[in-house]
Design a protein around this ligand. Structure first.
Ligand SMILES: Cc1ncc(COP(=O)(O)O)c(C=O)c1O
Length: 449
């Protein structure tokens, strides 16, 4: 526990002001770094001004400030945050450079869209080559067929594939395919599936859109059984996000399979986060329970926009009897990026084993910082490659996230942090622990002030 010293013999900070002062130019600053742990080197007023300015400009032209809900400032830091960085200009490996020119270690990895690292040369080269050869044309690209074949080889349920751009689109397509295949409409679902009407509880969703959908809690066998039995022979599909903060019980997954078989319904696993992370073929590869359809995205193309619904031939063929289509679904840049990703996953390194090893290192560093701080109501949860910090108190959470960013690390608020291959460096893990420790010291001082 290299940062235990931050909590030993600590006396309260006499200053209630937790905003660090801009560093005074000092030729000896580097030598004094040990003595001045509260002033991170990148922090300066100009940078802060730039962050605020981009944030204000974004708010003016983009409702909420970002087209991705989880990247809105309130989503990043919590209500009441004023100046935390919200925009970046460059990302490489596991680092990003903010609009205010601060370098951060990113633990969010773009909401799990990146498992290798930002700007990975192999992936980017493949994407650029595809773009230079004409990203789209009046015919489908051969890369679409090649990638479909490769995914069918890798993913247990895969016999046929349709590509799309976003996760929400692909899960909606799975629901449409299941309804077409069965000629039924009722859906039983558990998890988060994106913003589309069929699964969303947001404003603007008409009552009727979810009329045939019953949401059930994660890993609740009785609730699943009751909902499926109530739908009976009208049940088109059971759609599960199979991992939510922990692995489910075997019984839940087995019940889902058994109920679908008995009632003639389609079992769908949403593997958006688990695919190419827990195992190449996702949770279905680990659990040994094969769904009829699987939905993949995020890490599939290391940050390029690609999602896929794939599954058993007799179910997937229903996609040809309904209408699921998008102008750019088969653009070749994202397909080529995914091809390069698969090359990496099929290469010498067992990427998923590495993500688990690296994630375990980061997770235990953060857990050590939390335990040493003695701050109550903070728990590190999740699985090694996808873990999260849960705070009982929203104010403590906001202070922690704000201070962590000042210390050079971006953690995800209320959701998973993801390990990537580029986090695999001892210094990075030490920096993450140092930032978490310093942020928790600041939280304690804030309480004492
Ligand atoms: C399990 C799951 N399904 C679907 C989605 C929606 O994906 P997208 O945001 O790409 O539409 C997400 C996004 O986080 C997800 O985690």
């Amino acid at each position: 526990m290299p940062f235990g010293r931050l909590f030993r013999g600590r006396t309260p900070d006499p200053s209630p002001d937790r905003e660090p002062e801009p560093p005074v130019p000092d030729e000896d600053a580097a030598d004094n770094a040990e003595a001045e742990p509260d002033v991170p080197p990148e922090w300066d007023a100009t940078g802060e001004d730039l962050e605020r300015s981009w944030r204000a400009r974004a708010r003016d032209v983009i409702p909420g400030g970002s087209s991705t809900g989880s990247k809105r400032p309130e989503a990043l830091y919590g209500d009441g945050n004023e100046g935390g960085p919200s925009h970046y200009t460059r990302a490489q490996g596991c680092h990003l450079t903010t609009a205010g020119e601060q370098t951060l270690i990113d633990c969010t990895m773009a909401l799990g869209a990146v498992s290798i690292g930002y700007g990975d040369e192999r992936v980017v080269r493949a994407a650029i080559a595809a773009a230079a050869n004409g990203n789209v044309a009046g015919l489908a690209h051969t890369a679409e067929v090649e990638l479909a074949e490769r995914l069918c080889d890798l993913i247990p349920c895969g016999e046929q594939v349709r590509f799309m751009k976003s996760g929400a689109e692909a899960v909606s397509a799975a629901v449409r395919i299941a309804r077409t295949a069965t000629g039924r409409s009722r859906i039983v679902a558990s998890g988060y599936f994106g913003w589309h009407d069929w699964s969303s509880a947001s404003a603007g969703v008409p009552q009727g859109a979810k009329h045939d959908v019953t949401m059930v809690p994660f890993d609740d066998v009785a609730a699943l059984e009751a909902a499926c039995r109530s739908a009976g022979r009208d049940l088109a599909a059971v759609v599960l996000e199979p991992v939510v903060e922990r692995l489910p019980s075997d019984g839940w997954i087995a019940s889902a399979r058994r109920l679908c078989d008995e009632l003639g319904a389609v079992l769908v696993f949403d593997e958006m986060k688990t695919g190419f992370r827990l195992a190449r073929g996702g949770f279905q590869e680990l659990s040994g329970v094969t769904p009829d359809l699987g939905v993949f995205g995020k890490a599939l193309a290391n940050g390029f926009p690609l999602s896929a619904v794939l599954g058993k031939r007799e179910v997937m063929e229903a996609a040809g009897r309904t209408w699921i289509s998008s102008t750019l679904a088969g653009e070749s840049m994202a397909l080529a990026a995914a091809g390069a990703v698969l090359d990496i996953y099929e290469g010498e390194v067992d990427v998923c084993a590495e993500l688990a090893r690296i994630g375990a290192g980061i997770r235990s560093a953060v857990t050590a910082a939390v335990e040493a701080s003695g701050v109550a109501g903070v728990t590190v949860l999740g699985l090694d490659p996808m873990w999260l910090v849960r705070f009982e108190d929203a104010g403590v959470e906001r202070s922690f996230l704000e201070e962590s960013v000042r210390e050079g690390v971006l953690f995800k608020r209320g959701a998973y942090n993801y390990a990537c291959l580029a986090h695999d460096d001892e210094e990075t893990i030490i920096d993450i622990e140092r930032a978490a420790s310093s942020a928790l010291v600041a939280v304690v001082r804030g309480h004492e002030a």
